[in-house]
Design a protein. Structure first.
Length: 131
């Protein structure tokens, strides 16, 4: 979401699809691209479900992040930014979702890294600066 916000992937993809399509059955194609991110996130979550379930707090916060994503996407898809108040909860939910997704991924990665180190017999060490 954060990378998309900066590089405007969904705006560009939505504009390209809109130019190729004759009609729009919903507000705009940009929203469909953003909803596609959610579908991809669900598929990735299913692929990593054993790791997610192994850490209950990670599962809880992953669910909370996905809920914030759904809130953000719903507000953006239904109301858009032409209402004065809509951008406030929409952008807040986007910030919350992005931050939680990042923290959850890092929190889930650390135990996986420790297990990998234990089974491989290696230890990841950071080299001091300048060495």
């Amino acid at each position: 979401l954060a990378l998309d916000e900066r590089l405007q992937f969904h705006e560009r993809a939505g504009d390209a699809v809109h130019a190729a399509a004759d009609s729009v059955p919903f507000r705009n194609w940009n929203d469909v691209v953003v909803m596609g991110y959610g579908v991809v996130a669900v598929i990735v979550a299913i692929a990593f479900l054993p790791e997610i379930v192994r850490l209950p707090k990670v599962a809880f916060f992953f669910g909370l992040a996905f809920l914030a994503y759904v809130i953000h996407t719903t507000i953006d898809s239904i109301w858009g930014s032409h209402y004065t108040v809509a951008p406030i909860p929409e952008e807040s939910a986007k910030l919350f979702a992005t931050s939680l997704f990042m923290l959850v991924v890092v929190a889930a990665f650390l135990p996986m890294l420790r297990r990998w180190q234990a089974t491989s017999g290696t230890r990841a060490e950071l080299a001091p600066p300048g060495s």
